[in-house]
Structure formats: C-alpha cells, structure tokens
Design a protein around this ligand. Sequence first.
Ligand code: SF4
Ligand code: SF4
Length: 371
Amino acid sequence: MIQTLHIVPEYNEELIYPAICKSMEALNIAADLRPEMKIVIKPNLVMAKSPDFPATTHPLVIKAVIRWLREQGMQHITIAESSGGLYNAEAMKHVYHVCGMDTLGEGAELNMDFSAQTVNCPAGFKNHSFHLITPIVEADYIINICKLKTHAMTGYSGGIKNLFGTIPGLEKPQMHYRWPEIEDFSNMLLELAQTVAPNLTVIDAIDAMEGNGPTGGTSHPLHMLLAAKDFYTQDCFAAKLMGLEPTEIVMLRQALEKGLARPKELALVGDPVPEGLSPFQKPDTIKLDFTNGVPKFLRKPFMFVASRLLKSYPQLTPEKCVGCGKCAESCPAHVIRIENRKAKFKRKGCISCFCCQEMCPMKAISVKKAL
Ligand code: SF4
Ligand code: SF4
C-alpha cells in the first residue's frame, strides 16, 4: 500500500500543485482514469467557515487536484458535499461561498442536485442500506479530500469520517440517534466507508485542527499533504502523526480488527516523517477505547458502563449564544429549545453526540463532564 507524504509549508498554489502531481504519479492514478468518467470530489465542508480556520478542506488543495485532473483530460468533475444542517440550494450556496468553493475556477461544477438515493449494502452489514447524495451514487471515480482533525465524538477525523458527509442533511443527526453508542456509530462509519469506497483519499494537513473538533478546535499546522488509495491504513498513519494511538480510537481499532487497515503493508513515498512532531490536544469529550485486554465479548458492556461513568454533556455559555437555533435543528434527540433567544438544554434524553457543539457558529457550547 503506497502512502504519500509531502511537506507543504503553507497554503500556496505553487507549493501545493507540485505535491499533488508527485502524489498522483506515485499512486499511478492516471492509469485508473478515462476522460468520460464522472469524477466526484468529496471535500470536508462541515459548516460555513472561512478557509483560514482549519475546519474545512482548503480550496487551494481542491483546486490543485482539479488542475491535475483537467491536465489528464477529465471533463466531468463535480464537488459534492452535504454539510451539517440543511441540504438544499440556499444552505449549500452559502457554505460553498464562505468555504471558498466559488474561487475554484471553471474546472469543476459545484453540485446543485440535492436528491438522494438508497444504496443496498452487502449481507452481514448491520446497516442494510444507506441513503446517499446522488452525485456520490452516480460517480465513476470518487476523490475524498478531507481535513485532518481531532473530533469530539469519534476522537479522530480523516478519510473515513469525511464520508459521513455523503448522507444528506439532517439525516446525519438521525444516524447519531440510531447508533448512540460509539461502538455502533463507528461500525456504521466503517460500513458507510465500505459502501462509498472512494478511489483516492487526500488529507489536507497543511493546517489541521486540535482540541474540540470538528468545528470548535484550534489550529495545529502539520505542513503536510497525504494521499493514498487505502484510506483505512492512511487514517491509522495520520492518527499516529497527531500523537493518537489508532487502537484507542474505536473507529480505527475496528478497522484494524476487520482487516480493513493494514499498517504493516504501508510503504511511505515522498518526504520522511519529520522528527519531533508535537502531539495534538485531544477533545474534552474524547471517548477513548479502554478495552485493550478485555475479552471481545465483554467489550461492548464494558464500554457501555465506562461511557456512562465518564459521560459528558453540552453546556451553554449564555453570553455567547445568539439564539440562532442551529443547535436545536441538528439535535437528533430533540432536547434543545430556544427560549428568549437563548438555547435551553435538557440533560434527560441527550445522547452526547455533540452535533449541537459542531453546528454552533458562536462556540457557545462547551463540554461538561459527568465526573
Ligand atoms: S447555542 Fe449556538 S447554535 Fe445554539 S442557539 Fe445559541 S448560538 Fe445558536
Ligand atoms: S443536546 Fe447536543 S449532545 Fe445532546 S443529543 Fe442534542 S445534539 Fe447531541
């Protein structure tokens, strides 16, 4: 499995483009492409945030990939994403604009088809089908371009987690409600990843996010672009670059156990891993996997008890709240209401998914630990 790593000191087109060209060559991507193919680029546009803030894929990384694709003769390139919140023309035009997608030039179209289709999953999956945005279902070749971040619920966000944005709009919070336990939610993410099966995953880690990701953290530049076809193994590699142990992140531990991630087969091409990388600050809410050494059949009840003892809840800073209602809109458990232009939370029924924290544009929601 070839993993590319290129050092890119800053968001500069003249530095990013050569790194993308070298990655594509090392992975022999041109051999997989034909000009008539429908290529879909799936960035991380979790919410309307400026590219200066490390929550979303930087437009210059996407632009460099589009430039390379056009030079290979690719004619049908679409950028498709379902951000948090509503999935419609008005909401997505705003996200595209704020995230800098309208600076990409004419080489690719921004998706404006907001339909979705049901895709059946293989027997043996707990999720027998997924409802996915249409461009993903109809794509011939999917390029997943994610942002490297720590994540309040899953601990880590890279290639696998980015694919959650192929589920339309407010169906995402419903998935949190359907699978409130981290074991089940992580398994769902892996089954989703196996269904979408992107052909190539690029990780934008020139600037990355630490702390309360995916939207409430802070900048932690790694000055790197990573690329691989095998995004499961790549995620384990990227987690290690952040100072996270893959076996402590449930999603990655499951990918290792299922044989999806195979770190021993990784062959690094490009620049070496720099020495002395500083570890990323973990989110306040991180649900680490404590089950190493616990027999497999006891892991789920063990995590169930541990997660209740260590459960965290959202807490409002009322002075920051502007009463916009984005938190209530995204709450799958419907335990938030807006009263007198302030959010009010009911603890009973809260599943600690932190969709509210993720969608709050004012950073008005923090984390309160039960213990
Ligand atoms: S907590 Fe945040 S998302 Fe919720 S109403 Fe207040 S400002 Fe809006
Ligand atoms: S209040 Fe926040 S953390 Fe609790 S269920 Fe609703 S969105 Fe999830």
